[in-house]
Design a protein around this ligand. Structure first.
Ligand SMILES: *Cc1c(COP(=O)(O)O)cnc(C)c1O
Length: 564
């Protein structure tokens, strides 16, 4: 814990996120948002940035997925034990929720990078004897419960997290709100600026220094649709948050009808960005009049590159993990060595699949992977739109498929998608070998993005804000086959770094385009021109690796947002 003192002395930037994926055994994440935050922590450690990260302890995790005999998801709690990985700190603080004092305990997790730098992650916990029974559960289930539960979690994260950092002695210059969940952290900052002697005018925020708060906050939005923003009725806010801040101030800053967390964050952040160029454009349309920059997401190269591929990188560029820019020269890697490393990663994946599903896939046939949060806009069923067409393609050129992903327990569309994927897999039996691997998590993701041959993505544009699993795949020379949306608009050179699927947003059209590409381009290349395929693998690594990594992303946040 010695690192904590040094960190408290030097830290200037605090990053708040509802979820952070630190390791598979710590169930403090649900998906892409948390994995991105986790990669940000790792890059912050590698780059020795003066940062602290704050999240919820989520003792019961998000969802432990099992699959029933009708292919449906069974959602169970996914508990973990904080003391196995983190250290309880004595500096507890209280926040007011429904008029009760709710105590918050910080747990400290130190993420250490190979060079020895350690970055602190503070995990907030309300499971304390001094709290009422219901309040002890506030930090149990990530994205669980009802609106009131969510609001309480966000009070603990934003207001509790802010006061924990203060109790620990941190002096923070800039707060980074990773998604709207953290937006309540602006309220204590706002209260600090209160000038009680200002009177008269009708401006509700006259007593506060809005500019001073904006100076201290950076907001990254991750959601391209209005329906995705956290919103709370003011009756609920009154009941839960009490008179922490005047109602007319809130309605002025966060929306008249409901408290919209995205709006609150937008109004109180001096720097706002989307997570890819297209997503920033979409956000500008949703919120005209705001300045929205774009910093495209990236992934942590060392975390997501398979050992066998990483060994090749190490031989050529000893500093690749610290300086991913050098991956630009990965096109010089020996073909046979790269293919051997890929076969190695594929063997690992097939072994894992056999263990999880009892099905043995073939190493010599192309393997198409699709794994991500199961929800309607990502269209997980698109490739199964026409099973006869798929069978016909596979009869000529056999291929295999692996799928994975969790659905939120209250996302009916996602639940339904998982059920029908199972049914499609069964219906294809004997023609296309396909499997669904239950319990998608960090470890399964790492095996998948390294061991497939093709990484499929078929979102409905423009709803994929960024997408990051395709970047992980590219690092391993796994070729993306994806609708042009999110980051892929920037990363795709068709036929060079992977392939685009022409989309007009209609499922039937897009499925047809996907089948055409598979039948006419992707599968024939795999079977007929392995040399060209390996050339594409090297193009993917050398064009995508140098820029779609979290070192570049964090360096941009520091220079363009934090030090602004
Ligand atoms: C990378 C990752 C995601 C995000 O994948 P997308 O392509 O952005 O949907 C989700 N879950 C896990 C476990 C991941 O590793």
């Amino acid at each position: 814990m010695d690192f904590l003192d040094r960190s408290i002395r030097r830290t200037r930037f605090a990053y708040f996120s509802m979820e952070i994926a630190l390791r598979a055994e710590m169930h403090t994440y649900s998906g892409g948002l948390g994995v991105l935050a986790g990669d940000s922590v790792r890059s912050a450690a590698d780059l020795d940035l003066p940062m602290v990260f704050v999240t919820l302890v989520s003792r019961q995790g998000y969802v432990r997925q099992a699959i029933d005999d009708r292919h449906g998801q069974i959602s169970k709690p996914d508990p973990w034990v904080p003391q196995d990985f983190a250290t309880a700190l004595p500096q507890m603080v209280a926040v007011s929720i429904e008029g009760r004092a709710v105590w918050v305990r910080p747990w400290l997790y130190g993420l250490e990078c190979p060079l020895g730098h350690v970055v602190p992650v503070v995990l907030l916990d309300t499971d304390l004897e001094q709290n009422a029974v219901e309040d002890r559960r506030i930090t149990d289930t990530l994205y669980g419960g009802d609106q009131a539960y969510r609001l309480k979690q966000e009070i603990v994260l934003g207001i509790g997290g802010q006061s924990v950092l203060r109790a620990l002695g941190f002096r923070i210059k800039k707060y980074h709100l990773n998604e709207g969940h953290a937006a309540l952290l602006t309220l204590p900052l706002l209260r600090e600026t209160q000038r009680p002697d200002v009177d008269g005018a009708s401006d509700p925020v006259r007593g506060y220094d809005i500019a001073a708060v904006r100076e201290r906050c950076v907001f990254t939005t991750h959601t391209p649709v209005e329906a995705g923003f956290d919103k709370f009725d003011y009756d609920l806010v009154d009941r839960v948050l009490g008179d922490y801040i005047e109602r007319d101030v809130l309605t002025h800053l966060a929306g008249v009808d409901q408290l919209n967390m995205t709006r609150l964050a937008l109004n109180l952040s001096g720097y706002v960005n989307g997570v890819a160029r297209r997503h920033a454009e979409t956000t500008r349309k949703l919120f005209p009049g705001y300045q929205i920059a774009s910093i495209t997401n990236g992934v942590h190269v060392h975390r997501w590159t398979h050992r066998a591929v990483a060994t090749l990188f190490e031989q050529q560029f000893s500093k690749w993990a610290h300086e991913p820019e050098v991956l630009a020269f990965a096109d010089q890697i020996d073909d046979r060595a790269l293919w051997a490393a890929h076969e190695n990663a594929k063997r690992d994946l097939l072994a894992r699949i056999a263990q999880a599903t009892g099905k043995q896939l073939r190493p010599d046939l192309p393997l198409i992977g699709y794994a991500r949060r199961m929800t309607a806009y990502k269209r997980p069923e698109l490739i199964f739109s026409d099973l006869d067409r798929l069978r016909e393609i596979a009869k000529n050129r056999p291929f295999q498929m692996v799928l994975a992903g969790l659905a939120h327990p209250s996302d009916g569309g996602g639940q339904e998608a998982i059920r029908s994927l199972g049914a499609h897999i069964e219906a294809l039996d004997g023609v296309v070998q396909a499997v669904f691997v239950p319990g998608y998590n960090l470890d399964i993701a790492a095996a998948l993005v390294a061991g497939c041959d093709v990484w499929l993505n078929t979102p409905l544009p423009p709803l994929e804000a960024s997408g990051t699993s395709g970047m992980k795949a590219a690092l391993n020379g796994v070729l993306n086959l994806s609708v042009l949306d999110g980051w892929w608009i920037e990363g795709c050179v068709d036929g060079v770094t992977g392939w685009s699927i022409p989309s007009n947003g209609a499922d039937a059209n897009d499925a047809g385009a996907l089948y055409d590409k598979l039948r006419d381009v992707v599968l024939p290349l795999y079977d007929g021109d392995r040399g060209r395929w390996i050339w594409m693998m090297k193009q993917a690594i050398s064009k995508i690796g140098p820029s779609f990594n979290s070192h570049r992303m964090m360096r941009r946040y520091v220079t363009e947002a934090y030090l602004r």
